[in-house]
Design a protein around this ligand. Structure first.
Ligand SMILES: Nc1nc2c(ncn2[C@@H]2O[C@H](COP(=O)(O)OP(=O)(O)OP(=O)(O)O)[C@@H](O)[C@H]2O)c(=O)[nH]1
Ligand SMILES: [Mg+2]
Length: 450
């Protein structure tokens, strides 16, 4: 997510770091590089223009404060402007004063509507709602079945309709009745997609809107389509009036142009981003956190939230104690790797880490799930004694372990090295800045990929 933009902006700040003072020349050079970085990230030209004007104005108007370096000043200005362009405040889903709340999910074909409906249902159920989902796609034969399967995976009921309900509106109305009868407070209406915006689709969506009186109309857009996503969002908004955007496939989009343009162009907020195919790969969109991430400052808040939802707190504290007392064995290392896997796509997790201090090394880490499996296999091939005391593992034992796990002695050597480094890093982290920021919440795993 935002990888290339992030790299380029950080380079700009790095270049400024050598400068003692903010001058007209070095400022101009920095502004030029920022502009190129945004354009190369496929940000809409109107957004780039507004962004640059705001940054320029603030930078030029700045009193040169001695306590801040040029790099710090420009970083702060760019961060504030990124937050402004992304939306200033996180935009939550609204609910109706009179339940059930109706949320319509709209968008072009294949953008991720059905998947996002499932993800949102899960997210909302986790947050105390009782959602019901319904597909009103009466055109694609398997569409309703697909949503029922997705709903089953997240343990949310789907209204499937009766054979005579062949019209979208009839289906949606019955679903609402069903929700009322069964005490569901929220209905997610997954609508049909089209390849292009056409009148027929718009008329159908307008009719649904008129009769269902939805509190939210979420436009689902595929981030990888860049400015096309922005254009169709804008058109949907003009014709239907959307209330927010769900940007999917952010995991496959290194540029981030759509995310950075869509709010400015449509005037509607980005509410959620999809970060993977799995049904828990969705995040509420927080402009400040994303701006931090883009600037390499990490997103410690999202990281902590994810941990709190997924990690056994008792186990985490036990790990922490072991790290401090140096009892952190290979067995614990293996447990941690398993825990780590539960947290979802590793790349997205590492992306949340601040790229500074001991975490700096994480930036270029390529996470390889197969590598994780191999590491676990190697540890599995050790005897309990070896796992408890890695010092026992001499040359002969290394050869045996390699053979047992179908790997090579080099792999075993690497693993032992990683384990040693992980111990060191965890120790420095638990006492360092991150440890303090995270308060009583303890990191439950070590990074195995050094
Ligand atoms: N990597 C990734 N894939 C996603 C994400 N969201 C959806 N997908 C994939 O995108 C494809 C299309 O998703 P659907 O949810 O079926 O899209 P849709 O908009 O309902 O499609 P139609 O109903 O045919 O219009 C599927 O293969 C999904 O797994 C995401 O955030 N990341
Ligand atoms: Mg669908």
């Amino acid at each position: 997510m935002f990888d290339s933009l992030s790299d380029k902006l950080q380079r700009v700040f790095k270049n400024l770091r050598g400068e003692g003072k903010l001058t007209a020349e070095n400022m101009e050079a920095a502004l030029k590089e920022i502009r190129v970085a945004l354009l190369e990230a496929d940000v809409h030209f109107k957004v780039v223009k507004a962004f640059m004007a705001a940054v320029r104005e603030k930078a030029m108007g700045q009193e040169v404060l001695n306590s801040f370096t040029p790099a710090q000043q420009v970083t702060k200005i760019v961060k504030d402007e990124l937050i402004a362009v992304l939306g200033t405040h996180p935009s939550r889903l609204r609910t109706a004063s009179q339940p059930p709340t109706v949320i319509m999910i709209v968008g072009l074909q294949g953008s991720g509507k059905t998947t996002s409906t499932g993800k949102l249902a899960k997210h909302l159920a986790k947050n105390g709602h009782r959602p019901l989902v319904v597909s009103v796609d009466v055109y694609r034969p398997a569409a309703r079945k697909q949503l029922s399967i997705v709903a089953g995976q997240v343990n949310v009921p789907a209204y499937e309709g009766t054979p005579d309900e062949t019209k979208p509106l009839a289906l949606a109305k019955s679903a609402r009745r069903q929700a009322e009868i069964s005490g569901r407070d929220l209905i997610l209406v997954d609508t049909a997609g089209r390849l292009h915006i056409d009148d027929e689709l718009m008329v159908e969506l307008q009719e649904l809107k008129e009769h269902l009186n939805p509190t939210e109309i979420l436009f689902v857009a595929d981030a990888m389509t860049g400015q096309d996503a922005v254009k169709s969002a804008d058109e949907f908004h003009k014709r239907l009036g959307i209330t927010g955007v769900v940007l999917t496939k952010m995991d496959g989009d290194a540029r981030g142009g759509a995310a950075l343009s869509i709010r400015h162009i449509t005037g509607q907020p980005l509410k959620f981003v999809g970060t993977g195919e799995k049904l828990d790969a969705i995040e509420a969109f927080h402009p400040d956190r994303v701006a931090s991430r883009i600037l390499g400052m990490g997103d410690v808040m999202s990281f902590i939230e994810k941990m709190e939802q997924n990690i056994d707190q008792k186990k985490a504290e036990e790990m922490q104690r072991k790290l401090i007392t140096d009892d952190f064995t290979l067995e614990d290392f293996r447990d941690q790797l398993k825990q780590l896997r539960k947290l979802g796509p590793l790349e997205s997790l590492l992306g949340m880490m601040p790229q500074m201090g001991p975490m700096k090394q994480l930036k270029d880490v390529k996470v390889d799930e197969k590598e994780l499996t191999r590491v676990v296999a190697i540890i599995d091939s050790m005897t309990p004694k070896e796992r408890a005391n890695h010092m026992l593992i001499n040359g002969a034992r290394r050869r045996r372990i390699a053979k047992g796990s179908g790997t090579t002695v080099t792999d075993v050597n690497n693993l032992l090295k990683q384990y040693g480094q992980a111990r060191k890093m965890m120790k420095s982290m638990s006492g360092g800045l991150l440890g303090k920021k995270m308060g009583k919440f303890k990191l439950p795993f070590a990074n195995p990929f050094q």
